[in-house]
Structures are given as structure tokens and as C-alpha cells.
Design a protein around this ligand. Structure first.
Ligand SMILES: Nc1nc2c(ncn2[C@@H]2O[C@H](COP(=O)(O)OP(=O)(O)OP(=O)(O)O)[C@@H](O)[C@H]2O)c(=O)[nH]1
Length: 297
């Protein structure tokens, strides 16, 4: 068989000497192993091209370095080793390596009262980089929850009081009549507005495991009214009660999350952003809080 030499354009010299900050591939399909389950993820893999005289990087070497994710459980060590491999396969060319993994993490959540359960989807991204031998990992997760406006609740209560004064102005009060009135929409004339809300958490991981489930649980416990999966009427009623006891502005939600993340000793720094998709307005109410986090970014 004649052996054919394949042209290697990437290895050619470059006429314009210009280093590049990031070169690689985006949207690579990649199965991950997380908590014993296979998860369909996408990877963006890249390196810096510091040697501006080289035309290109070797994309296939980054691609092939990702193969281990299929067999090994996702861990900080695996991310670190992979980035190390990116750089080792680009000696003389690159000093910085980057890997972003994005996937949906599914958790089974029980109903509040009924014996039902269902799956909840949490979009996740993991950004790892190796720069000057320093390894950094940022975990980002989006957590939906429900929030009821405390101001709207107070305004609604005032209207209900006014209606009570009107309806019972000249009447002697009987327990039964009041009870009936409380159960009628003619009595409870106003309801506060609630909104589906979103907490966007970004945390810098110190050494240890990627404790994704623990992070989500801590955030949902702090928020109090996570959105539900399987719901019967009994669950909906319990949810209405939980919301009535858990009124919050976006500022309240951001402060609660700040305190909850601060308690996690494996979190080296964080950025919290909450978005309340208001039903009062066509715009959102938003609050942010950070700790050991650069102001921008
Ligand atoms: N650098 C670079 N490569 C690209 C690009 N688009 C496609 N490729 C292709 O990616 C393929 C893999 O490149 P390399 O990793 O250098 O492949 P290779 O030379 O067979 O592998 P090595 O011998 O390990 O260098 C080549 O066929 C490139 O043409 C691009 O924009 N930049």
C-alpha cells in the first residue's frame, strides 16, 4: 500500500504573528457520568494559541482528550487532568486551557402531601480553566422557585378588611356567617400576585467533590417554595399555604441565598442573581449578591 503524506496545515507557519486567547471547539456532544447516571452534555474545549507564528492548534487532540468522560465519574480531578492533557498535547503552543460542560441535571422531587414524585430539571454549566498552573472551576446552576409579593399580600389583606367592614357594618356577627364569608370569593376579594422566579447561582469550587445535589438542596431549602413536579389538589393547597407563609421580594431571596451559600465551606466564592418574572409588570425584579467574586463577570 502506498503511504500518502497528509498535508498538515495547522503545523504551518503563520505570516501574521498574532497570538489568540481562545481556540477550540464548541458544542461537542459528550456523555458524562454523574452520581451513577449517564447525562447528555455539550462540551466547549479550547486552549490559548500563544505561539502567534503557528497557524493553528490541533483540534483532534482536544477532542480525543475528552474520551475519558465516558468512563470516569465527573470530578474536579478529571477536569484538572483533562485540561493538563490539553496543554501537554499543545506544548510550545499554549499556556491556558479551557473546558465548559453544559447539561441538564434531573432530580426526582416528592410532592408536598400526596405520595407522588416527579423529575425536575436544573440547567448546569461547569467552567474549568488551567492558567499558569492555577486550576479554577466555576459551577453554575439555575433553580426555579415561586415567590409571592409581600407588598401585594398586605394590600390584598387591606382590601379584605375593607370588604369585611362593608359587609358586616350593620349586622351582628355570627361565627357561621363569618366562616361562610371567609370561604367565599365575595369575602376574599383580593389575592396577592405570585411569580415563577429563577435563582442563577455561580459558585467557585474549592477542593473536593462537585456537590451539585447539595448545592441545589441548600438553595431550595433557603428559598422555601421550590416549584413542584407531580401535583394533586392536596399538594396545591399545601403549596398555597407555603407561599402565604413565605412572602418575599427579590431582595429577600438574594439575601437568603447569600447566607445559605456562605455556610457551605466547599464554596470558595459565589455570585447569586435572582429574577422574579413579575406578573404585576411586564419586566422582572432582579437582585444580585456576591462574595469573594470579581465585581464584573
Ligand atoms: N486548527 C484548526 N483545525 C481545523 C479547523 N477546522 C477544521 N479543522 C480540522 O481539524 C482536524 C484535526 O486537526 P489536527 O488535530 O491537527 O489533526 P492531525 O494533524 O491529524 O493530528 P495530530 O497529528 O495530532 O496533529 C484537521 O483536519 C483540521 O483541518 C480550524 O478552524 N482550525
Amino acid at each position: 500500500m502506498t503511504s500518502l503524506t497528509l498535508p498538515d496545515i495547522a503545523a504551518q507557519g503563520n505570516q501574521q504573528t498574532l497570538p489568540l486567547d481562545w481556540v477550540g471547539m464548541c458544542g461537542i456532544a459528550l456523555p458524562l457520568l454523574i452520581e451513577g447516571r449517564n447525562v447528555a452534555a455539550y462540551a466547549d474545549a479550547g486552549v490559548s494559541l500563544d505561539d502567534g507564528t503557528s497557524r493553528g492548534i490541533h483540534m483532534s487532540r482536544l477532542y480525543l482528550a475528552l474520551e475519558t468522560f465516558e468512563q470516569q465519574t465527573l470530578s474536579l480531578q478529571l477536569l484538572h487532568d483533562t485540561l493538563g492533557q490539553f496543554l501537554a498535547s499543545h506544548a510550545e503552543l499554549s499556556t491556558r486551557a479551557y473546558l465548559r460542560l453544559t447539561f441538564d441535571h434531573l432530580l426526582k422531587r416528592p410532592a408536598l402531601i400526596s405520595p407522588l414524585a416527579g423529575w425536575k430539571r436544573y440547567p448546569v454549566s461547569l467552567d474549568a480553566r488551567l492558567e499558569n498552573e492555577m486550576f479554577h472551576v466555576e459551577l453554575s446552576v439555575h433553580i426555579p422557585y415561586s415567590s409571592t409579593c409581600p407588598c401585594s399580600a398586605a394590600l390584598a389583606r387591606q382590601l379584605i378588611q375593607g370588604q369585611f367592614d362593608k359587609d358586616f357594618a350593620d349586622k351582628p356577627l355570627t361565627r357561621d356567617e363569618v366562616r361562610q364569608w371567609l370561604g367565599s370569593s365575595a369575602g376574599i376579594v383580593a389575592t396577592p400576585h405570585s411569580q415563577r422566579s429563577l435563582a442563577k447561582l455561580r459558585v467557585r469550587l474549592a477542593d473536593g467533590d462537585i456537590r451539585l445535589g447539595e448545592l441545589i438542596d441548600a438553595a431550595e431549602a433557603a428559598l422555601g417554595t421550590a416549584v413542584q413536579t407531580a401535583v394533586k389538589r392536596a399538594d396545591e393547597q399545601a403549596f398555597a399555604l407555603a407561599n402565604g407563609q413565605n412572602l418575599m421580594f427579590c431582595e429577600d431571596a438574594a439575601r437568603r441565598l447569600h447566607q445559605a451559600l456562605h455556610r457551605l465551606d466547599w464554596v470558595a466564592g459565589f455570585n447569586v442573581r435572582v429574577e422574579h418574572a413579575e406578573s404585576l409588570h411586564a419586566h422582572d425584579a432582579v437582585a444580585e449578591s456576591r462574595h469573594h467574586w470579581p465585581t464584573r463577570g
